[in-house]
Design a protein around this ligand. Structure first.
Ligand SMILES: C[S@@+](CC[C@H](N)C(=O)[O-])C[C@H]1O[C@@H](n2cnc3c(N)ncnc32)[C@H](O)[C@@H]1O
Length: 271
């Protein structure tokens, strides 16, 4: 992640996720791992199926799929080379490839289902990505996607952006900058791509931190839009955001828990 430059210049860094799997897990994987279980349930993932994880990162959802289906029935793609390497090493036997949602490197109708967890808000051409999900899923198969509810339901990011906005009124709050976190947006995307029986669900998870520094160090790793923005600030601005964040989460002196809500949509490919 870039150290210098304002957030407006760090869009590519924010999307590129050139970071280690362990750093990602300490920041976001701590939420995406429990989310993956609930998301796989919504998508009806069960033994005997062949499933693709689109935008797999270091493998939170890939791991859940491997547990349910066996590694030989799981494929995964991501455009981040370090994440592909990490996912492949964590989930040996799964077919993990470098690739993007807009050009999925698999043949037509290769999978019973394709799942994109916390990904579609990062892709540059979501309509193309939805068309690709439809292409690689067999007739009457399932595609599913989920994105955090940035405005209300992802406390870690909501408190961070509220703190950031007190320091810089132009801070790129993900509730404004990101698509698909609002009710109906993912449904609209899947329906426009030709999926049938599209249904929206909300999924709730939480993560417990031992102390405030555990939360703050996640932002300092520079991951995603919030981390990229955090490391782009001057030392003085960053200290001000830190103080304001600490205050907003209730000035914890020990353990505390933050909740996160994701909006999820799943639909069926035509027969
Ligand atoms: C917030 S992470 C989610 C990772 C993982 N799915 C999880 O739930 O932990 C977003 C992921 O989307 C990937 N990504 C960004 N642009 C993408 C694209 N165009 N196609 C597929 N994945 C993309 C990033 O590399 C990153 O791994």
């Amino acid at each position: 992640m870039g150290e210098g430059g304002k957030a407006a210049d760090s869009t590519d860094d924010a999307r590129s996720f050139l970071t280690s799997g362990d750093a990602y897990d300490a920041f976001m994987g701590r939420y995406s791992r429990p989310l993956a279980d609930a998301f796989a349930d919504v998508a009806g993932v069960e033994a005997g199926q062949s499933v693709l994880d689109v935008g797999c990162g270091p493998g939170s959802l890939t791991g859940v799929l491997v547990d349910r289906l066996g590694a030989g029935s799981v494929s995964a793609i991501d455009p981040s080379p370090p994440f592909v390497a990490e996912c492949a090493s964590r989930h040996r036997g799964a077919d993990v490839r470098l690739g993007s949602a807009e050009a999925i490197p698999f043949d037509d109708a290769s999978f019973d289902s394709a799942l994109a967890q916390l990904v579609l808000h990062f892709v540059t051409d979501p309509a193309r990505a939805a068309a690709e999900l439809r292409r690689v899923v067999r007739p009457s198969g399932i595609a599913a996607a989920c994105v955090w509810d940035f405005a209300q339901g992802m406390e870690m990011l909501r408190h961070f952006w509220d703190a950031a906005l007190t320091v810089d009124s132009d801070a790129p709050d993900e509730a404004q900058a990101m698509r698909f976190g609002r009710a109906g947006e993912l449904v609209e995307l899947l329906e426009a791509a030709g999926f049938h029986e599209v249904t929206e669900t909300t999924l709730e998870v939480a993560s417990t931190y031992g102390e405030f520094e555990e939360l703050w160090s996640g932002f300092l790793a520079g991951i995603g839009p919030a981390g990229s923005f955090c490391v782009s600030l001057s030392d003085e601005q960053r200290s001000a955001v830190r103080e304001e964040l600490f205050r907003r989460i209730g000035a914890p002196t020990g353990r505390f828990t933050l909740a996160a809500t994701a909006r999820c949509a799943h639909g069926r490919t035509p027969r």
